[in-house]
Write a protein that binds this ligand. Structure first.
Ligand code: GDP
Length: 418
């Protein structure tokens, strides 16, 4: 049906840092789960009538079962999140499509993104969308269908639409990357609400700027707000539409260094999110349109094929370079922010259950010692009784002996008198 499945081997991808860490921590939580359940079984076995563990001890350990379950659920859903911002028509949707190697999001005239769109992997073969607060799955087979569905649903600028796309079709989705497209920052949004609702858990932000103009106040303002709410956000700047530079090659270097200097200044001196040297590694000059076209051709998808402008290969390599650095950054950030917390909690749970078991062990040892002591006292009492009995028996024997003697004596006396 014309669908090309990507079977790219991506074992070398920096995203694997996250994928492997996720697998490992999931495995560890399976073990913690087993351990907690074993502890519950044990507690039940030693509780009840005359038991060592009290009902409270059992309940305490049992409570960890649901806690571990809840963490395992969160872990299963943990992903790496990247959010794209910029003015309308700078090419946010095109960048996302190029990264996904396919036209998934509608882009271009008449398709300005008027709400937040989150593209994420779907575990089934189906592509579908879901609006916020609704469980209804709307099937989407094509970009135009998605575009129509989005227009028809009349969404508010701050609302979120989930677009689920088969994981098998995109390497990024398969590795648990979630991409969020936003309305243009120029649509006078409620920036605070945007950030609170959609950005606090983002691992990476990508500012899609227009290389044909310069960084705008609206774009800068947005990131100023982001950096007041999130400490040290990871921000990449894509100077998109760099293909325009091909028409004026004599100014290319000059324009590039002018843009680059401003971007470095913005990240390092204005936002203070990194050093100037680090900032240089976060700025790229690309053409998302060309990158998407190149990838669509690679996958033998039907595309209108305008001639690519001079220097398109260099721009494409820079796009690939961006992706590599982006992947390194996002996977490291996600491992740090998402898993560090889980592993701390896992450690605490294991420690708490161990302490509960130790408490029961100690009380069982105490009970044993008490029983031994009780037995000793009992034995002492028994020995005393035994001694007393022996003494009494001896006395009785003597007495009876004497009585028998006296009776015998009396009998013989009586007999002799007769
Ligand atoms: P968004 O509103 O930021 O999501 O922008 P879109 O991705 O919808 O892009 C707006 C228009 O710009 C579309 O017609 C794209 O084809 C075009 N566009 C996107 N990237 C580039 C680029 O690198 N070069 C050129 N020449 N056009 C681009």
């Amino acid at each position: 049906n014309g669908t090309v499945r990507v079977n790219m081997s991506n074992v070398d991808s920096p995203l694997q840092i996250f994928v492997r860490a996720k697998k490992k921590i999931n495995d560890i939580f399976v073990e913690i789960d087993d351990y907690v359940k074993d502890a519950v079984t044990f507690m039940h076995a030693v509780s009840g009538e005359n038991g060592i563990a009290t009902a409270q001890d059992v309940a305490n350990v049992e409570a960890y079962v649901s806690k571990v379950q809840a963490i395992r659920e969160v872990l299963k859903r943990d992903h790496m999140k990247v959010a794209f911002f910029g003015r309308t028509s700078n090419g946010k949707s095109t960048v996302i499509n190029a990264m996904l190697h396919d036209k998934i999001l509608p882009s271009g005239i008449g398709h300005t993104t008027n709400c937040f769109l989150q593209v994420e992997g779907s575990d089934t073969d189906e592509a579908f969308m879901r609006t916020e607060g609704s469980e209804e799955k709307l099937n989407v087979q094509s970009v135009s269908q998605l575009g129509h569905a989005l227009c028809a649903s009349r969404l508010q600028e701050c609302s979120l639409v989930h677009v689920h796309w088969p994981r098998e079709l995109c390497a990024l989705l398969r590795d648990d990357v979630v991409l969020v497209d936003s309305p243009g920052v120029d649509v006078t949004p409620n920036l605070d609400q945007w950030i609170d609702k959609h950005c606090l858990d983002a691992d990476v932000f990508v500012l899609v700027a227009n290389a044909e103009s310069t960084l705008m106040v609206t774009e800068k303002n947005f990131f100023h707000k982001v950096s007041t709410k999130i400490s040290q956000p990871n921000i990449f700047i894509l100077n998109n539409r760099w293909d325009a530079s091909a028409s004026e090659p004599e100014y290319l270097d000059q324009v590039r260094s002018q843009h680059a200097n401003r971007c470095v200044d913005f990240l390092s001196r204005e936002l203070r999110v990194c050093s100037p040297k680090e900032a240089e590694e976060r700025i790229f000059f690309i053409s998302a349109k060309e990158a998407l076209l190149t990838r669509m051709r690679e996958r033998e998808k039907p595309v209108s094929s305008p001639l690519l402008a001079d220097g398109h290969q260099v721009r494409y390599f820079e796009f690939v370079d961006f992706e590599r650095k982006f992947e390194e950054c996002i996977s490291q950030s996600a491992v740090r922010t998402k898993f560090a917390q889980h592993s701390r909690r896992g450690k605490n749970i294991a420690g708490d259950v161990m302490a509960a078991l130790e408490l029961v062990y100690n009380s069982s040892s105490e009970q044993k010692a008490a029983k031994v002591e009780k037995q000793r006292v009992l034995q002492e009492q028994l020995s005393a009784v035994e001694e007393q009995l022996t003494a009494i028996t001896r006395q009785m024997k003597d007495k009876i002996g004497r009585m028998v003697e006296s009776v015998e004596h009396k009998v013989s006396l009586t007999l002799s008198q007769e």
